[in-house]
Design a binder for this molecule. Structure first.
Ligand SMILES: Cc1ncc(COP(=O)(O)O)c(C=O)c1O
Length: 366
Protein backbone atom coordinates (compact mmCIF):
# COMPACT_ATOMS: atom_id res chain seq x y z
CA UNK A 1 0.00 0.00 0.00
CA UNK A 2 1.20 3.51 -0.72
CA UNK A 3 -0.40 6.92 -0.56
CA UNK A 4 1.26 7.63 -3.94
CA UNK A 5 -0.53 4.77 -5.72
CA UNK A 6 -4.05 5.08 -7.05
CA UNK A 7 -6.96 3.13 -5.55
CA UNK A 8 -6.83 0.39 -8.20
CA UNK A 9 -3.12 -0.32 -7.72
CA UNK A 10 -3.58 -0.33 -3.96
CA UNK A 11 -6.47 -2.79 -4.22
CA UNK A 12 -5.21 -5.17 -6.94
CA UNK A 13 -3.42 -8.40 -6.01
CA UNK A 14 -0.96 -8.90 -8.87
CA UNK A 15 -0.45 -12.20 -10.69
CA UNK A 16 2.32 -14.43 -9.33
CA UNK A 17 4.22 -16.13 -12.15
CA UNK A 18 5.51 -19.70 -11.75
CA UNK A 19 8.99 -20.02 -10.24
CA UNK A 20 11.87 -19.31 -12.62
CA UNK A 21 15.14 -21.05 -11.71
CA UNK A 22 18.14 -18.90 -10.79
CA UNK A 23 20.84 -18.45 -13.44
CA UNK A 24 23.01 -21.57 -13.56
CA UNK A 25 20.61 -23.66 -11.41
CA UNK A 26 20.06 -27.07 -13.01
CA UNK A 27 16.42 -28.14 -12.78
CA UNK A 28 13.81 -30.12 -14.67
CA UNK A 29 11.32 -27.36 -15.31
CA UNK A 30 7.76 -28.67 -15.53
CA UNK A 31 5.98 -25.75 -13.84
CA UNK A 32 5.09 -23.09 -16.46
CA UNK A 33 3.92 -25.10 -19.48
CA UNK A 34 6.76 -24.08 -21.76
CA UNK A 35 7.39 -26.25 -24.82
CA UNK A 36 10.32 -28.64 -24.22
CA UNK A 37 11.48 -28.53 -27.84
CA UNK A 38 13.55 -25.70 -29.35
CA UNK A 39 11.84 -23.25 -31.70
CA UNK A 40 11.82 -23.95 -35.44
CA UNK A 41 15.24 -23.80 -37.19
CA UNK A 42 13.65 -20.99 -39.22
CA UNK A 43 13.88 -18.87 -36.04
CA UNK A 44 17.69 -19.23 -35.78
CA UNK A 45 17.91 -18.38 -39.49
CA UNK A 46 15.73 -15.26 -39.05
CA UNK A 47 17.97 -14.11 -36.17
CA UNK A 48 21.18 -14.76 -38.19
CA UNK A 49 19.82 -12.84 -41.15
CA UNK A 50 18.44 -9.95 -39.10
CA UNK A 51 19.92 -6.58 -40.06
CA UNK A 52 20.77 -4.90 -36.74
CA UNK A 53 21.07 -1.49 -38.40
CA UNK A 54 17.26 -1.56 -38.77
CA UNK A 55 16.88 -1.29 -35.01
CA UNK A 56 17.36 2.48 -35.16
CA UNK A 57 13.86 2.64 -36.70
CA UNK A 58 10.59 2.06 -34.85
CA UNK A 59 8.93 -1.22 -35.74
CA UNK A 60 5.77 -1.66 -37.81
CA UNK A 61 2.94 -0.83 -35.36
CA UNK A 62 0.72 -3.67 -36.58
CA UNK A 63 3.48 -6.33 -36.76
CA UNK A 64 2.47 -6.88 -40.40
CA UNK A 65 4.91 -9.80 -41.05
CA UNK A 66 3.28 -11.72 -38.16
CA UNK A 67 -0.26 -10.66 -39.11
CA UNK A 68 0.33 -11.90 -42.68
CA UNK A 69 1.76 -15.23 -41.49
CA UNK A 70 -1.25 -15.77 -39.18
CA UNK A 71 -3.69 -14.69 -41.88
CA UNK A 72 -2.24 -17.30 -44.26
CA UNK A 73 -2.06 -20.18 -41.78
CA UNK A 74 -5.51 -19.51 -40.26
CA UNK A 75 -7.24 -18.48 -43.48
CA UNK A 76 -8.57 -15.17 -42.13
CA UNK A 77 -8.24 -11.59 -43.35
CA UNK A 78 -5.26 -9.58 -42.00
CA UNK A 79 -7.83 -7.11 -40.64
CA UNK A 80 -9.10 -9.91 -38.37
CA UNK A 81 -5.76 -10.28 -36.57
CA UNK A 82 -4.37 -8.26 -33.65
CA UNK A 83 -0.85 -8.90 -32.33
CA UNK A 84 0.34 -7.99 -28.83
CA UNK A 85 3.29 -8.48 -26.50
CA UNK A 86 2.40 -11.97 -25.30
CA UNK A 87 -1.16 -13.21 -24.96
CA UNK A 88 -1.20 -11.82 -21.42
CA UNK A 89 -1.09 -8.34 -22.95
CA UNK A 90 -3.72 -9.28 -25.55
CA UNK A 91 -5.98 -10.71 -22.82
CA UNK A 92 -5.50 -7.60 -20.67
CA UNK A 93 -6.48 -5.37 -23.61
CA UNK A 94 -9.50 -7.61 -24.29
CA UNK A 95 -10.68 -7.36 -20.68
CA UNK A 96 -10.24 -3.59 -20.87
CA UNK A 97 -11.83 -3.10 -24.31
CA UNK A 98 -14.74 -5.53 -24.06
CA UNK A 99 -15.40 -6.02 -20.36
CA UNK A 100 -14.46 -2.85 -18.51
CA UNK A 101 -17.92 -1.51 -19.31
CA UNK A 102 -19.06 -3.91 -16.59
CA UNK A 103 -18.38 -0.93 -14.28
CA UNK A 104 -21.22 0.94 -15.98
CA UNK A 105 -23.69 -1.92 -16.27
CA UNK A 106 -22.68 -3.68 -13.04
CA UNK A 107 -23.07 -6.97 -14.88
CA UNK A 108 -20.41 -9.60 -14.16
CA UNK A 109 -17.92 -11.30 -16.45
CA UNK A 110 -18.32 -15.07 -16.35
CA UNK A 111 -15.29 -17.33 -16.01
CA UNK A 112 -15.03 -21.00 -15.02
CA UNK A 113 -14.56 -21.58 -11.29
CA UNK A 114 -11.01 -22.86 -11.82
CA UNK A 115 -9.22 -21.22 -14.73
CA UNK A 116 -6.20 -19.13 -15.70
CA UNK A 117 -5.21 -17.21 -12.58
CA UNK A 118 -4.58 -13.98 -14.51
CA UNK A 119 -8.34 -13.51 -15.19
CA UNK A 120 -9.20 -12.48 -11.59
CA UNK A 121 -6.26 -10.06 -11.66
CA UNK A 122 -7.62 -8.33 -14.78
CA UNK A 123 -11.03 -8.25 -13.13
CA UNK A 124 -9.64 -6.46 -10.08
CA UNK A 125 -7.45 -4.19 -12.17
CA UNK A 126 -10.28 -3.09 -14.45
CA UNK A 127 -12.87 -3.13 -11.65
CA UNK A 128 -14.99 -5.76 -13.34
CA UNK A 129 -17.49 -7.70 -11.29
CA UNK A 130 -16.46 -11.38 -11.43
CA UNK A 131 -18.80 -14.36 -11.45
CA UNK A 132 -17.27 -17.80 -11.27
CA UNK A 133 -19.31 -20.56 -12.89
CA UNK A 134 -18.80 -23.91 -11.11
CA UNK A 135 -17.36 -26.79 -13.11
CA UNK A 136 -19.11 -30.15 -13.12
CA UNK A 137 -17.71 -33.59 -12.18
CA UNK A 138 -14.04 -34.13 -12.99
CA UNK A 139 -13.71 -30.40 -13.90
CA UNK A 140 -16.05 -30.69 -16.92
CA UNK A 141 -17.37 -27.37 -18.26
CA UNK A 142 -21.06 -27.58 -19.18
CA UNK A 143 -22.03 -24.95 -21.81
CA UNK A 144 -25.62 -24.86 -20.51
CA UNK A 145 -24.26 -23.19 -17.34
CA UNK A 146 -23.51 -20.12 -19.51
CA UNK A 147 -27.09 -19.74 -20.72
CA UNK A 148 -29.53 -17.31 -19.12
CA UNK A 149 -26.92 -15.84 -16.74
CA UNK A 150 -26.87 -12.01 -17.13
CA UNK A 151 -23.32 -10.98 -17.97
CA UNK A 152 -21.26 -8.43 -19.77
CA UNK A 153 -18.67 -10.86 -21.10
CA UNK A 154 -17.33 -14.41 -20.88
CA UNK A 155 -13.73 -15.63 -20.73
CA UNK A 156 -12.92 -19.31 -21.09
CA UNK A 157 -9.54 -20.97 -21.60
CA UNK A 158 -9.95 -23.88 -24.00
CA UNK A 159 -8.38 -26.25 -23.10
CA UNK A 160 -8.83 -24.92 -19.61
CA UNK A 161 -5.88 -24.30 -17.33
CA UNK A 162 -5.07 -25.81 -14.92
CA UNK A 163 -7.67 -28.54 -15.48
CA UNK A 164 -6.40 -29.53 -18.97
CA UNK A 165 -9.95 -30.29 -20.19
CA UNK A 166 -11.35 -28.99 -23.48
CA UNK A 167 -14.84 -28.22 -24.75
CA UNK A 168 -15.97 -28.80 -28.33
CA UNK A 169 -16.67 -26.27 -31.08
CA UNK A 170 -20.39 -27.06 -30.68
CA UNK A 171 -20.12 -26.09 -27.00
CA UNK A 172 -18.43 -22.80 -27.91
CA UNK A 173 -21.04 -22.09 -30.59
CA UNK A 174 -23.80 -22.72 -28.00
CA UNK A 175 -22.19 -20.23 -25.59
CA UNK A 176 -21.78 -17.58 -28.33
CA UNK A 177 -25.41 -18.05 -29.50
CA UNK A 178 -26.77 -17.80 -25.96
CA UNK A 179 -24.88 -14.52 -25.32
CA UNK A 180 -25.13 -12.41 -28.49
CA UNK A 181 -24.64 -9.11 -26.62
CA UNK A 182 -21.44 -10.18 -24.88
CA UNK A 183 -17.95 -10.82 -26.21
CA UNK A 184 -16.99 -14.46 -25.70
CA UNK A 185 -13.24 -14.69 -25.22
CA UNK A 186 -11.79 -18.12 -25.99
CA UNK A 187 -8.19 -18.35 -24.79
CA UNK A 188 -6.55 -21.03 -26.95
CA UNK A 189 -3.09 -20.90 -25.36
CA UNK A 190 -3.08 -24.73 -25.33
CA UNK A 191 -5.46 -25.64 -28.16
CA UNK A 192 -2.74 -26.92 -30.45
CA UNK A 193 -1.97 -29.82 -28.09
CA UNK A 194 -5.40 -31.43 -28.47
CA UNK A 195 -5.41 -34.91 -30.00
CA UNK A 196 -8.10 -33.83 -32.48
CA UNK A 197 -6.98 -30.26 -32.85
CA UNK A 198 -9.78 -27.86 -33.70
CA UNK A 199 -9.79 -24.11 -33.30
CA UNK A 200 -12.70 -21.79 -32.65
CA UNK A 201 -11.37 -19.62 -35.50
CA UNK A 202 -13.62 -21.67 -37.81
CA UNK A 203 -16.66 -20.28 -35.93
CA UNK A 204 -15.79 -16.64 -36.62
CA UNK A 205 -17.98 -16.26 -39.75
CA UNK A 206 -20.99 -17.16 -37.56
CA UNK A 207 -20.21 -15.13 -34.43
CA UNK A 208 -19.17 -11.45 -34.48
CA UNK A 209 -18.99 -11.62 -30.65
CA UNK A 210 -16.30 -14.35 -30.60
CA UNK A 211 -12.67 -13.43 -29.92
CA UNK A 212 -10.04 -16.18 -30.10
CA UNK A 213 -6.76 -15.45 -28.31
CA UNK A 214 -3.57 -17.41 -28.98
CA UNK A 215 0.11 -17.31 -28.08
CA UNK A 216 3.35 -18.37 -29.71
CA UNK A 217 4.74 -19.11 -26.22
CA UNK A 218 3.58 -22.71 -25.94
CA UNK A 219 2.93 -24.28 -29.33
CA UNK A 220 5.73 -22.41 -31.15
CA UNK A 221 8.31 -22.72 -28.31
CA UNK A 222 8.67 -18.94 -28.11
CA UNK A 223 7.83 -18.05 -24.49
CA UNK A 224 11.03 -15.98 -24.40
CA UNK A 225 10.03 -13.64 -27.23
CA UNK A 226 6.52 -12.50 -26.15
CA UNK A 227 4.02 -12.69 -29.00
CA UNK A 228 0.30 -13.21 -28.54
CA UNK A 229 -2.59 -12.53 -30.89
CA UNK A 230 -6.34 -12.24 -31.18
CA UNK A 231 -8.36 -13.41 -34.19
CA UNK A 232 -11.90 -12.02 -34.37
CA UNK A 233 -14.37 -9.97 -36.39
CA UNK A 234 -13.02 -6.69 -37.80
CA UNK A 235 -15.25 -4.82 -35.34
CA UNK A 236 -13.60 -6.44 -32.30
CA UNK A 237 -10.09 -6.09 -33.77
CA UNK A 238 -10.67 -2.38 -34.36
CA UNK A 239 -11.56 -2.00 -30.68
CA UNK A 240 -8.28 -3.69 -29.67
CA UNK A 241 -6.28 -1.45 -32.03
CA UNK A 242 -7.87 1.62 -30.45
CA UNK A 243 -6.97 0.34 -26.98
CA UNK A 244 -3.40 -0.46 -28.06
CA UNK A 245 -2.91 2.95 -29.63
CA UNK A 246 -4.06 4.59 -26.40
CA UNK A 247 -1.37 2.66 -24.52
CA UNK A 248 1.65 1.52 -26.61
CA UNK A 249 1.71 1.76 -30.40
CA UNK A 250 4.81 -0.43 -30.83
CA UNK A 251 4.28 -3.57 -28.73
CA UNK A 252 6.30 -5.93 -30.99
CA UNK A 253 9.92 -5.07 -31.75
CA UNK A 254 11.51 -5.61 -35.17
CA UNK A 255 13.45 -8.74 -34.20
CA UNK A 256 10.37 -10.34 -32.61
CA UNK A 257 8.40 -9.62 -35.79
CA UNK A 258 10.97 -11.46 -37.92
CA UNK A 259 11.14 -14.36 -35.44
CA UNK A 260 7.37 -14.70 -35.03
CA UNK A 261 6.67 -14.68 -38.75
CA UNK A 262 9.37 -17.33 -39.36
CA UNK A 263 8.07 -19.63 -36.60
CA UNK A 264 4.40 -19.36 -37.56
CA UNK A 265 5.13 -20.10 -41.22
CA UNK A 266 7.05 -23.33 -40.42
CA UNK A 267 3.93 -25.48 -40.07
CA UNK A 268 5.78 -28.75 -40.73
CA UNK A 269 8.19 -28.41 -37.78
CA UNK A 270 5.35 -27.22 -35.59
CA UNK A 271 3.29 -30.34 -36.38
CA UNK A 272 6.27 -32.66 -35.69
CA UNK A 273 6.85 -31.19 -32.21
CA UNK A 274 3.16 -31.48 -31.44
CA UNK A 275 3.09 -35.17 -32.38
CA UNK A 276 6.08 -35.90 -30.15
CA UNK A 277 4.59 -33.95 -27.26
CA UNK A 278 1.31 -35.88 -27.48
CA UNK A 279 3.28 -39.17 -27.35
CA UNK A 280 5.26 -38.08 -24.27
CA UNK A 281 2.03 -36.85 -22.62
CA UNK A 282 0.49 -40.29 -23.10
CA UNK A 283 3.61 -41.99 -21.71
CA UNK A 284 3.56 -39.71 -18.63
CA UNK A 285 -0.17 -40.11 -18.00
CA UNK A 286 0.05 -43.92 -18.29
CA UNK A 287 3.01 -44.08 -15.89
CA UNK A 288 1.33 -41.81 -13.35
CA UNK A 289 -1.92 -43.79 -13.53
CA UNK A 290 0.02 -47.00 -12.89
CA UNK A 291 1.37 -45.31 -9.73
CA UNK A 292 -2.18 -44.55 -8.54
CA UNK A 293 -2.60 -40.97 -9.79
CA UNK A 294 -5.96 -39.78 -11.10
CA UNK A 295 -6.39 -37.10 -13.77
CA UNK A 296 -8.79 -35.91 -16.44
CA UNK A 297 -7.91 -36.69 -20.07
CA UNK A 298 -5.52 -33.88 -21.04
CA UNK A 299 -5.94 -31.80 -24.20
CA UNK A 300 -3.04 -29.53 -23.21
CA UNK A 301 0.72 -29.75 -22.75
CA UNK A 302 0.29 -30.52 -19.05
CA UNK A 303 -1.46 -32.98 -16.77
CA UNK A 304 -3.60 -32.10 -13.77
CA UNK A 305 -2.88 -35.06 -11.56
CA UNK A 306 -4.05 -36.10 -8.10
CA UNK A 307 -1.46 -38.24 -6.27
CA UNK A 308 -2.47 -41.47 -4.51
CA UNK A 309 -3.73 -41.07 -0.91
CA UNK A 310 -0.36 -42.02 0.61
CA UNK A 311 1.18 -38.65 -0.34
CA UNK A 312 -0.34 -35.16 -0.54
CA UNK A 313 0.12 -32.97 -3.59
CA UNK A 314 1.84 -30.34 -1.45
CA UNK A 315 4.35 -32.80 0.05
CA UNK A 316 5.13 -34.29 -3.34
CA UNK A 317 5.57 -30.80 -4.83
CA UNK A 318 8.01 -29.82 -2.03
CA UNK A 319 9.97 -33.09 -2.16
CA UNK A 320 10.33 -32.88 -5.95
CA UNK A 321 11.40 -29.22 -5.62
CA UNK A 322 14.14 -30.29 -3.20
CA UNK A 323 15.41 -32.65 -5.92
CA UNK A 324 15.40 -29.93 -8.60
CA UNK A 325 12.13 -30.93 -10.26
CA UNK A 326 9.68 -28.05 -10.57
CA UNK A 327 5.95 -28.69 -10.96
CA UNK A 328 3.07 -26.32 -10.13
CA UNK A 329 1.05 -26.58 -6.92
CA UNK A 330 -1.97 -24.35 -6.25
CA UNK A 331 -3.07 -23.91 -2.63
CA UNK A 332 -6.59 -22.90 -3.78
CA UNK A 333 -9.28 -25.06 -2.07
CA UNK A 334 -10.85 -27.43 -4.61
CA UNK A 335 -7.62 -27.95 -6.54
CA UNK A 336 -5.05 -28.15 -3.73
CA UNK A 337 -5.05 -31.95 -3.93
CA UNK A 338 -3.41 -31.89 -7.39
CA UNK A 339 -0.27 -30.96 -9.27
CA UNK A 340 -0.07 -29.36 -12.66
CA UNK A 341 2.76 -31.09 -14.49
CA UNK A 342 4.03 -29.64 -17.79
CA UNK A 343 5.13 -32.19 -20.37
CA UNK A 344 8.89 -32.09 -20.95
CA UNK A 345 11.09 -34.20 -23.21
CA UNK A 346 10.90 -37.99 -22.94
CA UNK A 347 14.17 -38.01 -20.93
CA UNK A 348 12.85 -35.37 -18.54
CA UNK A 349 9.58 -37.23 -18.01
CA UNK A 350 11.39 -40.53 -17.40
CA UNK A 351 13.49 -38.80 -14.74
CA UNK A 352 10.35 -37.21 -13.29
CA UNK A 353 8.55 -40.56 -13.11
CA UNK A 354 11.63 -42.24 -11.54
CA UNK A 355 11.59 -39.59 -8.78
CA UNK A 356 7.83 -39.79 -8.21
CA UNK A 357 8.10 -43.57 -7.91
CA UNK A 358 10.90 -43.13 -5.36
CA UNK A 359 8.84 -40.65 -3.32
CA UNK A 360 5.88 -43.00 -3.20
CA UNK A 361 8.11 -45.94 -2.23
CA UNK A 362 9.64 -43.80 0.55
CA UNK A 363 6.27 -42.96 2.15
CA UNK A 364 5.08 -46.56 1.83
CA UNK A 365 8.25 -47.83 3.56
CA UNK A 366 8.22 -45.24 6.36
C1 LIG B 1 -4.48 -20.08 -20.29
C2 LIG B 1 -3.32 -19.17 -20.56
N1 LIG B 1 -3.51 -18.09 -21.32
C3 LIG B 1 -2.51 -17.24 -21.59
C4 LIG B 1 -1.24 -17.44 -21.08
C5 LIG B 1 -0.17 -16.41 -21.34
O1 LIG B 1 0.71 -16.73 -22.33
P1 LIG B 1 1.73 -15.69 -22.92
O2 LIG B 1 1.58 -14.39 -22.18
O3 LIG B 1 3.08 -16.29 -22.70
O4 LIG B 1 1.41 -15.54 -24.35
C6 LIG B 1 -0.98 -18.55 -20.27
C7 LIG B 1 0.36 -18.76 -19.73
O5 LIG B 1 0.67 -19.61 -18.94
C8 LIG B 1 -2.06 -19.44 -20.00
O6 LIG B 1 -1.89 -20.50 -19.21
Amino acid sequence: MSKYWNKTINETTPYVAGEQPKAGEKVIKLNTNENPFPPSPAVAKAIAEFDASQLRLYPDTNATPIVNAISEVENVKPSQVFVGNGSDEVLALCFQTFFEKACDTDLPVLTPEFSYSFYPVYEEFYRIRPKKIPLREDFRLDPSDYKGVPNCGIAIANPNAPTSRAISLDDIAAICSANPDSVVLIDEAYAYFEENYETAVSLLPRFPNLCVVRTTSKSYSLAGIRIGYAIASEELIEGLLRARDSFNSYPIDRLAQAIGAAAISDTEYHAKCREELIKVRKYTADELKSLGFEMPESSANFLFAKPPVCISAETLYKNLRAKGILVRYFSTPGINDRLRISIGTKDEMEEFIRNVREEIANVKNS
